[in-house]
Ligand binder design. Structure first.
Ligand code: MN
Length: 241
């Protein structure tokens, strides 16, 4: 049997899929998304929490988007194409700045992150990963954070997530987790555990998640396996709805 190099080894076509994983990579040498797909092939075939067989999840893996040679506008076009077909895009990316490509496409955001990312400008750029929520807030006031634990003096005006929000784009910066669970771009002590993150994901059951990104990850085996497991659990949760 040929196993496709796709998330969960899925053989669903784009047309038949409900979820579209988009591996976004900065450059060939920094490509955690490739490692995440690789590790997804090592997952067990069955999710006993949600009673879902992973090979029954209609997920398609999109062509890799190489950010080194593509623009945010082009990435935005890809996302728009996927949501216009009523599918759920799932970006896997090394950097949180990819969320900026969704501006204008969604009204509500739930962001899991150790940081509020509310800098107006960072390292000379308005599109740095530290400015993500600030840029989103210029388009919609409905941006809600969960898990924030490091706030700079200038980062004001962000809002805590509450359970009443029902339709949203979900952005997960993996530094929400304590560094003992995962290696991320920025190491922030005192984060939540992986079990707490899975419990939060479970609390989203029945809600309408319109798009997802999982970001700020490193291309190292252990972290990539955890991200693969997380995305598989999110898909199983959505399928069990
Ligand atoms: Mn962060």
């Amino acid at each position: 049997m040929i196993v496709k190099f796709s998330f969960l080894g899925s053989e669903y076509s784009f047309e038949k899929s409900k979820y579209v994983v988009i591996p976004v990579i900065d450059n060939i040498d920094k490509a955690p998304a490739i490692e995440v797909i690789k590790q997804s092939l090592q997952l067990p075939g069955y999710n006993n929490k949600y009673n879902i067989d992973y090979n029954n999840i209609p997920v398609y893996t999109y062509d890799m988007v190489l950010l080194e040679r593509s623009s945010m506008e082009e990435l935005s076009f890809v996302i728009r194409n996927i949501i216009s077909r009523s599918k759920i895009p799932i970006m896997i990316a090394p950097d949180h700045s990819v969320t900026i490509s969704t501006i204008g496409l969604f009204q509500n955001y739930v962001i899991l992150d150790a940081h509020p990312d509310m800098y107006d400008e960072y390292r000379g750029s308005k599109y740095d990963h530290a400015c993500v929520a600030k840029r989103l807030r210029e388009y919609t006031e409905h941006v809600y954070h969960y898990g924030v634990r490091v706030v700079e003096r200038d980062e004001i005006g962000w809002k805590h997530y509450d359970n009443s929000i029902n339709d949203f784009y979900l952005s997960i910066d993996m530094d929400i987790l304590d560094p003992k669970y995962i290696d991320t771009n920025v190491l922030v002590p005192n984060g939540i555990s992986y079990q707490q993150l899975l419990d939060f994901i479970d609390s989203l059951r029945g809600k309408n998640i319109l798009g997802i990104d999982v970001v700020e990850i490193l291309p190292e085996r252990k972290s990539a396996y955890l991200v693969a497991d997380l995305i598989a659990n999110i898909l199983a949760m959505l399928e069990s709805n």
